[in-house]
Write a protein that binds this ligand. Structure first.
Ligand code: IPD
Ligand code: CA
Ligand code: CA
Length: 256
């Protein structure tokens, strides 16, 4: 937070892929603390990459999820940390310092927001739901999500694009959102949030309804009640069926 809202210097990892000193310092601090407590554990962090010594334990660290927001003073970002033992993510947390909200979950132990149990929403009709999505900051031109954004917007109360995938998943967990999807997320974006959403009673799969994998590049989360409906929409959109065409701006301009 020392670096927030102070016209922080932005560096570019790609066209629109930003990194700041806050990302780097946060990861360095988290790695130092993990090393001090569990020197044999492995760590995969967004900024420093993978430390792999063959440990059964691996930490996933997104030291700042929502860097673009952070760099512009838009107060939606968090720190996301998860711990995996063998194939199972056993603990996860996302901390939003602007709202002082700590989302946390342990495998089979439920999910919590500032120590209070949280649960997904009970909305069971897509047309009454609020959902979230995100757009990646690299290979943006290869991403078809604008079509999904358009179609799902027409079938729900709306689609939010808040800019922190980890928080989006936590918002599904506590019922602020009823669903969330994104293409091409990385394991550090999802490891904690997915566990938190699942432990709050939510369902997380790939876009075909198959098991969610940390490396699968497809994340579809919901309160469970909406999952089949969202999967059906995805199938339809991928197949180009029942798709409302995006209005042509030139035609629109002619009638302004
Ligand atoms: C990004 C955020 C954003 C999502 C992007 C991610 P970063 O993470 O989670 O919401 O849409 O795909 O890369 O780069 O701010 O850690
Ligand atoms: Ca991220
Ligand atoms: Ca990040």
């Amino acid at each position: 937070m020392e670096h927030f809202d102070r016209h922080i210097k932005i560096e570019y990892k790609g066209d629109a892929d930003l990194v700041t000193i806050a990302d780097r310092k946060s990861e360095a601090l988290i790695r130092e603390r993990i090393r001090a407590l569990w020197p044999t554990h492995d760590v995969l962090g967004e900024e420093e990459g993978l430390r792999d010594t063959g440990s059964e334990y691996r930490w996933y660290v997104d030291p700042l999820d929502g860097t673009t927001n952070f760099a512009h003073g838009f107060p939606v970002f968090c720190v996301s940390i998860a711990l995996q033992h063998r194939e199972q993510v056993i603990a996860g947390l996302c901390f939003d310092p602007t709202r002082d909200e700590l989302f946390a979950a342990e495998h089979d132990g439920g999910a919590f927001l500032n120590d209070q149990p949280i649960h997904v929403s009970k909305i069971d009709a897509l047309k009454e739901s609020l959902v979230g999505t995100g757009f990646p900051s690299h290979k943006r031109h290869k991403n078809p999500n604008i079509h999904f954004y358009h179609q799902i917007t027409l079938r729900t109360h709306g689609v939010r694009r808040a800019g922190s995938a980890a928080l989006d998943l936590c918002y599904v967990a506590c019922g602020r959102l009823d669903g969330f999807w994104e293409f091409n997320l990385n394991p550090w974006d999802t490891a904690a949030g997915v566990l938190i959403a699942q432990e709050a009673g939510g369902r997380v799969t790939n876009f075909s309804g198959g098991q969610f994998e940390l490396n699968s590049r497809e994340t579809l989360a919901s309160n469970g009640f909406l999952h089949e409906a969202l999967l059906r929409e995805f199938q339809e959109i991928f197949a180009g069926r029942g798709v409302e065409p995006l209005p042509d701006p030139r035609e629109y301009a002619g009638k302004r």
